[in-house]
Ligand binder design. Sequence first.
Ligand SMILES: [Zn+2]
Length: 194
Amino acid sequence: MKVQKQDIIFVVGVSLVYCSLSAGFSLISTILPDKMVLPNPIENGSLSLKEIVGHFVWGAVAGIVTLKLRYILLGGLLAALIDSDHLVGLLHVEGIPRMSHSVTFAILATVVSLLVFSRKDYRLAAIVATSVLTHISYDMFAGGFGFPVFTPFVNKIINLPRTDWLILETSAILIVGIVSFIVTRKESEKIIKK
Ligand SMILES: [Zn+2]
């Protein structure tokens, strides 16, 4: 597995777009009903090194099944960068915590990444969509928090049982694996036809 310049540009580009999207999405919570006092992410320990490394590992593991370095790196980076939705807590405003830990953000981030980078990069779509799963999986593994899964439509914090972390991580690996398998098969069919 060799790192190429295009891989680095791609990984950095997707990461920047994703990170800004997550931080931007969390700002919506300041105008939603049911908002509350947000915890300070630094005092709260949600931006600690252990958290970041844990999220990276959980995300990268799902990316490994693509056997491509750019998606392995992205799997790890996106799963860590989603926590930029905690930064709204530094603004001393009321909002809803962990806005991007939701189905809505997973869909939004996938659509935006496809539109900005490549409409046909289904591996990218799978990595972006499952980054929310691998992220929540580690959060649950590390402490079992509640998440606003259906925000901004239902703003209740939904508590998931801690043991479900394994189901979420396994689902992410399966989704990325199945998509990669189909894409790789299609690519090799094309090469054979040529
Ligand atoms: Zn989190």
